[in-house]
Design a protein around this ligand. Structure first.
Ligand SMILES: NC(=O)C1=CN([C@@H]2O[C@H](COP(=O)(O)OP(=O)(O)OC[C@H]3O[C@@H](n4cnc5c(N)ncnc54)[C@H](O)[C@@H]3O)[C@@H](O)[C@H]2O)[C@@H](O)CC1
Ligand SMILES: [K+]
Length: 497
């Protein structure tokens, strides 16, 4: 798990580290610049020429100190500063003075194409408005030079808060950042401008970062699945009820049902249109099939409910959803037409047993009565609004999916790929989350882990089938690769590890 911060949260972390904990800012800066210089040396060939481009804030200070370390290591390095030096930060002025004391003067109007590598520290977490003037000119020259660029902290021009391009932005091959990720590293389009993101420790301690970070991300699948017990039976791993699939969309029910079973669920019962009985029972004989008349007794039977995939958003769905919201007593996952029904009929949700809502951007926009562009402008905020308005855990699905719950740290997902952008992927996700929730996993954990593992299964599918040819069934097929436990022993005491 890694923390994710907004600009102000990083500045607060800086402030506390320097002024309350007592690590001098210049010590942090020296460590930051060492990490940047090391990265530059990994990228540049022997005798290659490096140009360091600094702004006038502390991001520029990091860059100039990196230039000094590169020179100390005998790299052919020039530097330049963009902006009015009179307005520069004290640390930037100091770093420039040190370079001059050592006899290194800034390069005058250097031709970027004469260098093998550019290192840019124009703006970091201090970027606060659209980029214009000399800054814009330099950023455009950097990109036009077609030279590899290392960005210090975040590519200049990318908003650390939203990943938005603030007028224009540097396209980097690698970004070296410090302490924790910034949201802009993980959210699109910023994510594409960063190249590889390398997170370095420079003196910010975890407890300080944890105190200020409003977000987190997962990077390792270990330890995410609920434990399996030798002494257990199918009842131990959850009885899941799925109200899914109308007469034209049996596939949604099949995908969600199989995904829950592949996540380890004990029993899955699908209530669907009668015409789906032969299809589902031949495709997925492991499931129990019921018709909609079975709703009342199924609600008593189950440990967890999925409502929505492939149902259609008509009056019948509305009546069933009202019934579930009134009589259900188990955690509820609302997806697809469950969500469309809520927005279409402007239903309110106040369901005390826990709700996860899994809208894609368009469904999210409908739930908030907004235009999709408003949702895209800050998807973290949109996810938080859905969570707060519907008293739910919101899973707002996009290339970087967000999971939000009131007062908890927000999750930004990094797994997954564009090969997953095809029909059925969302049904698989809903089934995976429901599978985890039905096995007794905390609901927020179920949402976060389901999203992360779904992306990892998609990545495994992409490696096998490629982004064009992979389909939702391939994601299902690869769930086995991300749930682990394949080498575990069958009998207690027979462990191989
Ligand atoms: N001691 C510290 O505070 C540390 C700071 N660090 C570095 O310092 C960076 C933050 O430094 P700063 O807070 O000085 O800010 P930046 O260096 O990110 O920004 C410089 C200044 O540019 C101005 N500015 C913002 N948007 C602009 C725009 N669109 N056009 C023109 N000017 C604009 C702002 O007034 C800002 O102060 C981090 O990203 C990191 O690289 C690291 O060295 C770690 C320690
Ligand atoms: K930068």
């Amino acid at each position: 798990m890694k923390y994710v911060l907004k600009n102000q949260e990083m500045q607060d972390t800086d402030y506390e580290t320097i002024h309350q904990i007592g690590i001098p800012g210049l010590v942090l800066m020296e460590r930051a610049s060492k990490a940047v210089a090391d990265c530059a040396m990994r990228h540049v060939r022997e005798n290659g020429r490096i140009l360091v481009i600094a702004g006038i804030g502390n991001n520029g200070g990091d860059a100039l100190a990196a230039a000094r370390i590169l020179l100390e290591e005998d790299n052919r390095t020039d530097y330049m500063v963009v902006g009015n030096l009179e307005k520069a930060s004290e640390d930037l002025k100091l770093q420039m003075q040190i370079l001059q004391n050592l006899g290194y003067e800034p390069a005058e109007d250097p031709d970027f194409k004469n260098y093998d590598l550019l290192v840019e520290g124009i703006f970091g977490v201090g970027l606060s408005r659209e980029v214009g003037g000399v800054y814009r000119d330099v950023i455009e020259r950097i990109n036009q030079s077609e030279r590899p660029v290392i960005a210090v902290d975040i590519p200049s021009g990318i908003s650390g808060n939203t990943g938005k391009v603030m007028g224009c932005a540097v396209k980097a091959v690698e970004t070296v950042t410090f302490g924790g990720y910034k949201r802009g590293h993980l959210l699109y389009p910023g994510r594409e401008y960063c190249g590889k993101v390398t997170l370095e420790k420079i003196g910010f301690h975890d407890q300080t970062i944890e105190k200020y970070a409003s977000g987190f991300t997962l990077e390792e699948p270990e330890g995410l699945m609920p434990p399996r017990l030798s002494y257990s039976n199918k009842g131990t791993y959850g009885k899941i009820l799925m109200i899914t699939g109308n007469e034209t969309m049996s596939g949604a029910a099949a995908f969600a049902g199989e995904a829950a079973l592949r996540m380890g669920a004990g029993l899955v019962k699908i209530l669907s249109d009668a015409s789906n009985r032969p299809i589902l029972q031949s495709r997925l004989p492991e499931i129990l099939f019921g018709e909609r008349g079975d709703l009342e007794k199924s609600l008593d039977w189950c440990d967890c409910i999925l409502f929505g995939p492939g149902l259609g958003a008509g009056d019948e769905t509305k009546e069933m959803l009202e019934y579930v919201l009134k009589h259900g007593t188990k955690p509820l996952i609302l997806d697809a037409d469950g969500l469309n029904t809520i927005s279409r009929y402007q239903m309110e949700i106040d369901y005390p047993y826990g709700v996860i809502m899994t809208p894609h951007l368009m469904e999210g926009a409908r739930l908030l009565s907004k235009e999709i562009d408003e949702v895209k402008a800050d998807i973290c905020q949109a996810a938080e609004e859905i969570a707060s308005r519907y008293h739910a855990i919101a899973v707002l699905k996009d290339a970087a999916t967000i999971v939000a719950k009131n007062r908890d740290k927000l999750y930004i997902n990094q797994s997954g790929n564009h090969g997953m952008a095809s029909g059925g992927s969302g049904d698989v996700l809903a089934g995976m989350i429901t599978g985890l929730a039905g096995t007794g996993c905390d609901l927020y954990d179920a949402a976060v882990r389901g999203v992360y593992l779904h992306g990892l299964a998609g990545d495994a599918a992409m490696r096998e089938k490629g982004p064009y040819s992979m389909i939702a069934s391939d994601i299902l097929h690869h769930i086995k690769d991300v749930t682990g436990g394949k080498n575990e022993s069958i009998l207690p005491g027979e462990c191989s590890h």
